[in-house]
Design a protein around this ligand. Structure first.
Ligand SMILES: NC(=O)c1ccc[n+]([C@@H]2O[C@H](COP(=O)([O-])OP(=O)(O)OC[C@H]3O[C@@H](n4cnc5c(N)ncnc54)[C@H](O)[C@@H]3O)[C@@H](O)[C@H]2O)c1
Length: 307
């Protein structure tokens, strides 16, 4: 297939690009390198440095003849969205619409979208929750992800473009940015390896559903199949708190740094954990990498890049 991957220089997008190329697909990457890195981009992919909001992106679609858009590019930090909702919406809603309109105009058959299981539901009343749980996002980022899902439904109903919205849990693994605000495993691992003190926000008891990158990539491979359509959680159903993450990393890295807590971040969702039952029953996807195994691989990676 001929696939356009937006955000292909980023953490998740670059792993998807690697896999798609390995499977023999032809891949074009669009990325504005705002958080992504050139060195993440597989040299076998065609790279176009461009913002997804750029109107001239129509030229890329006109020449590309893409079968599939894999839309991974986004402002991906919940706290940035809280501080600057307009910036978030410009990138994550208007930028996406720029892509979807071009999909419509240039005959793209399917869109796969990086949605977010950690934010579209808001505070849950079931643990773990299924895809039909009420969606009451409590961040502009979550609102943006849900809005994309509604637009994708619209493009399917009105223009017949197939879509898969994958509601990722908290993804972790090699290449995640350890210097950002999001991605606690990458941030803590990198700090502990360098002997720097990680700070746990608040009581450290907020929970998330941590899913390893290779499982997310596999979900994106499945999404290319004709019969895979609609919305799926890409999660583990396992709830993990930040204190536990600190302890597991500290043990793995053999650090003698203690658990230090700072002030809690305002408005942070307390618990998030989602069931992958729907994806498993319908398309036999389930996470294969345990939390511990994922942590081991991630730590090995950060040790290597810190050398
Ligand atoms: N990391 C997670 O835990 C997680 C969870 C749920 C959903 N997601 C979603 O998965 C996708 C990938 O996230 P990630 O963790 O790899 O983040 P990332 O920041 O590593 O990747 C995002 C990529 O998009 C690019 N980008 C951002 N804005 C752009 C724009 N306007 N035009 C062109 N390129 C742009 C960045 O340069 C970067 O390479 C995002 O859509 C994110 O919202 C991530």
């Amino acid at each position: 297939m001929n696939i356009l991957v937006t955000g292909g220089a980023g953490f998740i997008g670059s792993h998807i690009v690697d896999k798609y190329l390995e499977l023999g697909h032809s891949v074009t990457v669009i990325d504005n390198l705002s958080t992504g890195k050139k060195e993440n981009i597989n040299p076998k992919a065609k790279f176009i440095e461009m913002d997804i909001k750029d109107e001239s992106i129509s030229n890329v679609f006109a020449e590309g003849n893409f079968d599939v858009l894999s839309h991974q590019a986004a402002q991906m930090d919940v706290r940035v969205s809280v501080n600057d909702p307009k910036f978030d919406a410009l990138n994550n809603i208007i930028g996406s619409l720029n892509l979807y309109e071009n999909c419509k105009n240039y005959g793209v058959k399917k869109i796969t979208f990086a949605s977010s299981g950690g934010t579209v539901y808001g505070e849950q009343n079931e643990f773990p929750c299924l895809e039909n749980h009420p969606t009451n996002p409590v961040s502009p980022y979550g609102i943006g992800k849900l809005t994309n899902e509604y637009y994708l439904y619209y493009y399917k109903q009105v223009y017949g473009i197939d879509y898969v919205a994958l509601r990722y849990g908290n993804v972790f693994g090699p290449r995640q940015n350890p210097n950002g605000e999001a991605g606690v495993i990458a941030i803590f691992a990198n700090k502990l390896i360098n002997g720097d003190q990680p700070i746990i926000n608040g009581d450290g008891l907020i929970t998330r559903d941590y899913v390893y990158i290779s499982d997310v990539v596999e979900a994106n491979v499945r999404s290319l199949e004709k019969e895979v359509n609609g919305i799926y959680n890409v999660t583990t159903g396992v709830e993990t708190n930040v204190n536990h993450i600190f302890k597991v990393l500290k043990d793995k890295i053999n650090s003698d740094l203690g658990e230090v807590h700072g002030p809690a971040k305002k408005g942070e969702q307390r618990r998030s954990v989602c069931s992958f039952e729907k994806f498993e029953i319908n398309h036999n996807w389930s996470p294969k990498v345990s939390f511990k195994e994922g942590i081991d691989k991630t730590v090995e990676y950060f040790i290597k890049v810190n050398k």
